[in-house]
Write a protein that binds this ligand. Structure first.
Ligand code: ZN
Length: 417
């Protein structure tokens, strides 16, 4: 049976050029005693925007690991797939993020809800999760409400899981269930019953991605109180621990943090909590690699700077269209975006500093960074030119990608000094 290691990183590489730089960060971390399983993830939306195939990700992952002589496990994740989009991912992926967000809130048939309730009404009253000091007082109404909200999604997850299993065979792939792309976070109590549903549906889930409180905007830091996040995260970990024993879920079931790129304010908390309880984590990053490519090109100056400046200028004229698909995960203050006239006079150093995610740098501009984050499709429109530049300025670009994953993500999460 394929199992995911204790620590794993979801690495997004939209344009398929940074696999080696990303892997270098993983290898560097193992030299420091932290073994991380790399997982290359790409969603259907990203494939559609860029015009790539899931098999391209497989080819890249196989090539870069072979080239580096990497002997550890690695996976290719069909990120955020559902029943309609999973098919073309099945052959080349061995990790599936089953996204049930769009099914949450739809009610399952009454008989199914009744059947589920008959198995869980024993938790009515004071639910005590080992390790959590206060017990949760839960009424029958609350449990019924949770069943009405989530059971249909769990049933759909099973349908998707079965579709994959039929082709790949049981145990030949990793299953994740994600519920992060919804407006409301799940509470620890909801998570408890959701895990019960997944167990009832016989889904051998190895990672679960809930929606947490606070905002997880793309490419920028966490918005919210990191202490509140830490409390919620710790409670969720204990719920998972208890659910594994109580419901017979896979022993290595662990938390997956989505939109995990650049959430620097919460990494030290996540790191210290997982070390305290000796737990694993899957941290999914995606668009941050594209941003690092832009930074690397900006820093290279000349034609490379001119190219990314042009992308920025173009994005200023299409803010609404570019942001629409990401409305829930970006917050751009348009009045803070630097004008064309201003940026036209910027040096390469200034441009790179504006979008490099170093929050105490006075040139850093999170609004500009977020806009460029969602502007990757503009580079996809002139792919030949973009790839030519990525290859020509590879040294600068790949060191930017490496630096970000290693120094700003891995070191912060694992407390590497
Ligand atoms: Zn997600």
């Amino acid at each position: 049976m394929k199992t995911l290691g204790k620590y794993s990183f979801g690495l997004g590489d939209r344009f398929g050029h940074q696999g080696s730089a990303q892997l270098k960060a993983i290898i560097e971390s193992s030299k420091k005693g932290i073994d991380i399983t790399p997982v290359w993830n790409k969603s259907n939306r990203e494939h559609m925007t860029i015009g790539t195939q899931p098999s391209d990700v497989r080819i890249e992952a196989d090539q870069v690991t072979k080239k580096a002589g990497f002997t550890g496990d690695y996976f290719v994740d069909a990120d955020h797939i559902n029943f309609d989009t999973v098919d073309r991912f099945i052959e080349s992926s061995d990790f599936f993020t089953i996204d049930v967000a769009s099914y949450i809130g739809k009610k399952a048939e009454d008989t199914m809800i009744k059947e589920f309730l008959s198995g869980v009404l024993k938790y009515e009253g004071d639910l005590k999760i080992p390790g959590i000091i206060k017990s949760f007082s839960i009424s029958k109404e609350q449990i019924t409400h949770i069943a009405e909200k989530y059971l249909f999604a769990a049933i759909k997850a099973r349908e998707i899981y079965r579709k994959i299993e039929k082709i790949k065979g049981r145990g030949n792939f990793i299953t994740e269930v994600s519920m992060d792309e919804v407006p409301e976070p799940q509470t620890p109590v909801e998570l408890f019953f959701i895990l019960r549903m997944l167990a009832t549906e016989y889904i051998p889930v190895q990672t679960i991605a809930p929606k947490f409180s606070g905002r997880f905007n793309k490419g920028v830091d966490y918005v919210g109180d990191p202490q509140d996040f830490a409390l919620e995260f710790e409670s969720d970990l204990k719920v998972i621990d208890f659910a594994v024993k109580e419901f017979g879920l896979p022993e290595n079931l662990k938390m997956s943090i989505h939109s995990g790129s650049d959430k620097f304010a919460i990494y030290p908390h996540i790191g210290s909590i997982i070390r305290k309880y000796d737990k694993g984590i899957h941290l999914k990053t995606a668009g941050t690699t594209w941003l690092e490519e832009v930074i690397g090109l900006a820093a290279s100056g000349g034609e490379a700077l001119a190219f990314v400046r042009e992308i920025y200028f173009e994005s200023l004229g299409q803010i609404e269209e570019l942001c629409a698909p990401y409305a829930d995960v970006i917050d751009i203050r348009i009045q803070h975006l630097p004008s064309k006239a201003l940026v036209a006079g910027w040096t390469s150093f200034k441009f790179a500093s504006a979008i490099r995610h170093i929050t105490n740098n006075q040139d850093y501009n999170p609004d500009m960074r977020q806009l460029l984050h969602v502007a990757y499709k503009l580079a996809a429109h002139r792919m030949d030119d973009y790839f030519r530049l990525l290859e020509k300025y590879e040294d600068q670009v790949s060191s930017s990608v490496y630096e970000n994953i290693y120094s700003r993500h891995i070191c912060r999460l694992f407390g590497i000094l």
